[in-house]
Design a binder for this molecule. Structure first.
Ligand SMILES: Nc1nc2c(ncn2[C@@H]2O[C@H](COP(=O)(O)OP(=O)(O)OP(=O)(O)O)[C@@H](O)[C@H]2O)c(=O)[nH]1
Ligand SMILES: [Mg+2]
Length: 140
């Protein structure tokens, strides 16, 4: 049951606070921070990483560069959090654009296995697996 979402926009990020969510019978408050291009500013980025308790690392299956960038994010997050078991989910987005796919399923799954994290393919357009990814990260 979701009672409400508060959205706070700042120059560098959007913060979504779901007031109360029931997960396996327990009420929890979820606080989601969406980074938006501030990845270039190391100090800001590391601050966000430090405050994170779980990470959804999203790339586009139609853009090889975005997949390559996930490796760097993983390393930066592990450097800041210093915990290989931090809840982490690799997400290949734009699954509705199969004809434009540049990153194979095997390649993405290979990386997620190497990291020991789950891999999910989503489409923000059709909402395929969006709820699954959202719930999965809460349970890791
Ligand atoms: N077809 C399709 N287009 C998508 C999907 N997700 C995002 N897009 C499009 O891809 C573009 C980039 O999406 P954004 O949400 O701005 O990506 P972002 O990673 O948040 O970018 P920054 O906030 O700048 O870091 C936009 O034109 C979106 O409409 C998807 O699942 N399918
Ligand atoms: Mg964005």
């Amino acid at each position: 049951m979701l009672l409400g979402i508060f959205v706070i926009e700042t120059q560098f990020s959007t913060r979504y606070i779901e007031s109360v969510v029931v997960l396996d019978g327990e009420e929890v408050q979820i606080d989601i921070l969406d980074t938006a291009g501030q990845e270039d500013y190391a100090a800001i980025r590391d601050n966000y990483f430090r405050s994170g308790e779980g990470f959804l690392c999203v790339f586009s299956i139609t853009e090889d560069d975005s997949f390559q960038a996930t490796q760097e994010f993983r390393e930066q997050i592990l450097r800041v959090k210093n915990d290989e078991n931090i809840p982490f989910l690799l997400v290949g987005n734009k699954s509705d654009l199969q004809e434009k796919r540049k990153v194979s399923l095997a390649e993405a799954q290979g990386r997620s296995q190497q990291w020991g994290v789950p891999y999910v393919e989503t489409s923000a357009k059709t909402r395929e697996n969006v709820d699954k990814a959202r719930k999965l990260i809460f349970k890791l």
